[in-house]
Design a protein around this ligand. Structure first.
Ligand code: GZL
Length: 314
């Protein structure tokens, strides 16, 4: 492997995302609407629980809407809060990137600031205060860098894609494909959406295993751990050994993936912090105090191949 490529791989594995520091705490007495995508994955549920706990700790009156992965439901919830006129701010976790201009303009016209969390919107940044999120492209690059070094740059990969049109899926794919493209022996031979859902991950992996020669599948890259866990079940039911016959790398670092790692059934996961509520509430408070904020506040996460390494970083 040429030195330059190796240097890139190592640099990606060592890169850190330094979160932007805002004033900590505050928000007591505020009423904030939280439009959450749904409960499609264990990470999403952990994210919801963390936001609720943070609001409780700060004395924030949190109005919560679970959109069941429907943008229509998210927009309806935001419009209801605007009509009631009883929210000081809105936190939006957008299911997909497009289609938010109108409702964000309505919120701005109503004087209700919006903070984007997690996935992205393709609307003009003037329509929201800031976005608190991880760097999805970096997550994809990290996963690819680990796979390149684990296979010496020779691997046919099947990809379990997240929700079509979501920034998380689009950007994880982009980062993963960018690094793979540097190595002629690395190729994504199949890619299909499992919508970030565990059962879909199993079904799609079953279809890969029945339509491809399993001996030709070196690894599976799942855009989240839930789909990876579904894929692990499919690999085992096909009589193959996950993490050995077919390497497994994914994103989120949920507790269940470390159970799989302990069992030797998965290889690596990239951490996605569920603790975005604090920075989001801090951004609301800062904005309401008239402070200027950057348009991106990052939460970081590294790649882990063992529970011990993950626990050591807590
Ligand atoms: C990514 C987030 C994704 C998680 C999945 O930030 O939007 O959505 O990786 C979840 O678990 O469904």
């Amino acid at each position: 492997m040429r030195f330059a490529k190796l240097a890139l791989v190592v640099s990606l594995l060592l890169a850190l995302v330094v979160p932007f520091a805002t004033a900590q705490g505050g928000g007591e007495g505020l009423t904030i609407g939280f439009s959450q995508i749904g409960s499609e994955s264990a990470w999403r549920t952990a994210f919801t629980d963390a936001v609720r706990a943070e609001a409780e700790a700060r004395g924030i009156n949190l109005l919560f809407s679970d959109a069941q992965q429907s943008q229509e439901n998210q927009i309806a919830a935001i419009r209801a809060w605007l009509a009631q006129g009883d929210v000081d701010a809105i936190i939006l976790a957008p299911v997909i990137a497009t289609g938010w201009d109108d409702v964000l303009e309505e919120a701005q016209d109503a004087g209700v600031p919006v903070v984007i969390v997690d996935r992205n919107v393709d609307s003009d940044p003037s329509l929201y205060v800031t976005r608190v999120s991880s760097d999805f492209v970096h997550e994809g690059r990290l996963a690819a860098a680990w796979l390149v070094q684990a296979t010496s740059g020779n691997c046919n990969v099947v990809e379990l894609y997240g929700t079509v049109g979501s920034a998380a899926a689009e950007d994880r794919h982009a980062g993963f494909a960018e690094v793979l493209g540097l190595f002629s022996g690395m190729e994504i031979i199949r890619s299909e959406t499992g919508d970030f859902v565990r059962s879909n991950g199993k079904q799609v992996m079953e279809s890969f295993l029945s339509s491809e020669d399993p001996a030709n599948i070196c690894a599976v890259f799942a855009h989240n751990d839930d789909m990876a866990i579904g894929a692990i079940e499919a690999i085992k039911e096909a009589g193959l050994v996950p993490a050995v016959d077919i390497l497994v790398v994914s994103v989120d670092a949920i507790p269940d993936i470390f159970d799989s790692m302990d069992a030797g059934e998965t290889n690596a996961t990239v951490e996605l912090s569920p603790f975005m509520g604090g920075p989001a509430f801090d951004a609301v408070v800062a904005h309401l105090n008239g402070e200027e904020l950057p348009k991106q506040i990052s939460v970081g996460g590294g790649l882990y191949t063992s529970r011990a390494a993950y626990d050591a970083d807590r």
